[in-house]
Design a protein around this ligand. Structure first.
Ligand code: GAL
Length: 470
């Protein structure tokens, strides 16, 4: 058989190219066509492979159908008003028509209650009723003591030992001010708050697990500095909880990561040190723990023009010397990573300070890259909603155990005039279907699945999930 094939191959090559002669142009063209066909076949087979998990996905699809319904939002920029707040006028000039984002940032806007509904509509788990277990993106969200949750720029850790979710984030429950004229709105460091929950809806305040420093002005966490985007990982080898965070000075020139450690998920965390990872500036960041226990730091660097990714040491207390530059020149921040069926995905935002902008989804076969940029993952709402990530900014993507391919997208709706009253936008995120925008090196054939974040005014996790997992 093999002989026969070889003979056939020899015959066919003899037909095309005589020994010693150069191959003709048509041959080159046909070879290229052949290559493209093979690649196409490969991508089809890959999708068929993925079909092996269709069973799971089908089950998931029926369970999560409600979450994937496209919900429109009737929101329009109101006609220009006579009176605008002096800050808005300063930003846009007196004559320019305000954009939706101007309206959003304008404390005096008529749309203020639409973007930041008042306490009367707060999600209140202490009250039994029809609203039980429903997420309402951007409404106030109260903890079990009836106080607004303070966990901004946060992330959630599922602790296997206690089978409990821990939500860590910036406690911004202080006064908003500008350190100087051109400085961004800020709140002094209070510390990192922690909340615990079994069902992802009722949250018990576990207190400030890493406090800011009151007196020592040289301390990284002195209240006059910046502590943002804390994330916690559990290290299976050492049995310790490691917190990574962005630490900075008031002008964001220190651009470093900070590391803290605790024996229990509720702390207290001991602050260890800060550094510029791999010798580079590091601002928005996250950490990600892979299935094999290896963890990675991802951070915006080179003045936010690119992201860097690198593995942590085995104890998660430092970075190693290995680092790759990714999404170079794309100016992305607020990274949130997750993995599905062996592929890595990431959601990022653009760089516009507290103002919202368009999210993008990225994908990679290997966590160290290359990473490719796909499309805007936001679905539903309306165009303005989709172009502003529903007026919010990514912070974390939380996998839902038992629902492969389904996640909660966690984002912050920042409220720069009153940062402590920033809101949480939690929405269902799913991976599946073909990406809308084919990517750079795939000859136009889609290699990645689409990442979709669905807008909902009100939604809850599927009942089956709630009964099985809470
Ligand atoms: C954003 C960043 C936030 C915060 C803010 C300050 O770009 O994502 O975490 O640093 O800027 O203006």
């Amino acid at each position: 058989m093999r002989m026969k094939m070889r003979n056939r191959q020899q015959k066919s090559s003899a037909l095309c190219c005589n020994a010693g002669s150069r191959c003709s142009l048509p041959l080159v063209i046909w070879s290229l066509v052949g290559c493209v066909l093979v690649i196409h076949l490969y991508s089809v087979v890959r999708y068929k492979d993925r079909g092996a998990t269709t069973q799971v996905r089908l089950t998931r699809r029926t369970v999560t159908r409600e979450l994937e319904e496209v919900e429109e939002e009737n929101f329009q920029i109101p006609p220009p008003r006579g009176k605008r707040s002096p800050r808005a006028v300063k930003r846009r000039g007196p004559r320019k028509q305000p954009t939706a984002i101007d309206e959003f940032l304008d404390e005096g806007s008529d749309l203020r209650p639409f973007f930041f509904p008042d306490r009367r509509s707060a999600i209140d788990p202490t009250k039994e009723g029809n609203d039980s277990m429903f997420f309402y993106p951007a409404r106030m969200w109260l903890d079990m003591d009836g106080n607004p949750i303070q966990a901004h720029g946060g992330g959630v850790l599922f602790d296997e030992k206690s089978q409990t979710y821990y939500w860590y984030g910036e406690n911004k429950d202080g006064e908003t001010y500008h350190a100087h004229k051109k400085g961004a709105a800020r709140v002094d460091i209070i510390g990192v708050s922690c909340y615990s929950s079994k069902d992802l809806w009722t949250w018990k305040n576990e207190g400030v697990v890493l406090p800011g420093e009151e007196t020592n002005i040289t301390h990284d966490l002195h209240r006059s500095n910046v502590l943002e985007r804390p994330k916690v990982l559990y290290n299976d080898r050492t049995g310790q909880y490691i917190m990574w965070m962005h630490v900075d000075d008031v002008n964001y020139t220190k651009a470093s990561v900070g590391v803290a450690i605790a024996d229990s998920p509720t702390g207290p965390f001991e602050y260890l040190y800060s550094k510029q990872p791999h010798g580079f500036d590091s601002r928005d960041m996250t950490v990600f723990k892979d299935d094999d226990g290896k963890a990675y730091l991802v951070y915006s660097s080179e003045d936010n023009s690119e992201l860097h990714i690198g593995p942590l040491t085995d104890d998660y207390l430092d970075v190693t010397r290995v680092m790759r530059r990714i999404l170079v020149g794309q100016h992305r921040e607020a990274p949130a990573l997750f993995k599905y069926e062996g592929t890595y995905y990431m959601i990022t935002s653009g760089c516009s300070g507290w103002a919202p902008n368009r999210a993008l989804a990225h994908a990679a076969e290997s966590i160290m890259g290359p990473w490719e940029t796909m499309e805007n993952p936001c679905i539903g709402g309306n165009k303005i909603f989709r172009m502003t990530t529903f007026f919010s900014q990514s912070t974390f993507v939380l996998p839902l155990p038992g629902l492969p391919g389904s996640y909660i997208f966690m984002a912050d709706r920042w409220n720069p005039p009153e940062l402590k009253d920033s809101r949480y936008v939690w929405l269902p995120l799913t991976v599946g279907g073909v990406a809308d925008e084919p990517l750079e090196y795939n000859f136009g054939f889609p290699l990645w699945s689409r990442v979709s974040i669905y807008w909902h005014k009100r939604w809850r996790l599927p009942e089956g999930w709630r009964t099985a997992y809470t």
